[in-house]
Write a new protein. Structure first.
Length: 77
């Protein structure tokens, strides 16, 4: 299994969507992708509806989320 470096795919810029993390080269936020999955969307539906992102971009969202959760848990220790 190949490890994804989320930094290659996820970017945050205060000039784009108020600094929300987005898929690089798009205005598609990590938050939107997670919300769509929460609402039952599949990988295929995301890729069809947002052709500017790739499966690797979507997997990078989850890699980014994992890091965020790990960092938050460390703060609580």
């Amino acid at each position: 299994m190949q490890t994804i470096n989320w930094r290659d795919h996820i970017h945050s810029d205060p000039e784009i969507l108020l600094g929300k993390p987005i898929v690089k080269g798009t205005r598609i936020s990590v938050e939107l992708i997670l919300e769509l999955f929460t609402n039952g969307w599949s990988f295929e539906q995301l890729l069809e509806s947002y052709p500017t992102i790739t499966e690797t971009d979507i997997r990078a969202v989850f890699s980014y989320l994992k890091v965020c959760i790990s960092e938050e848990l460390k703060k609580q220790e």
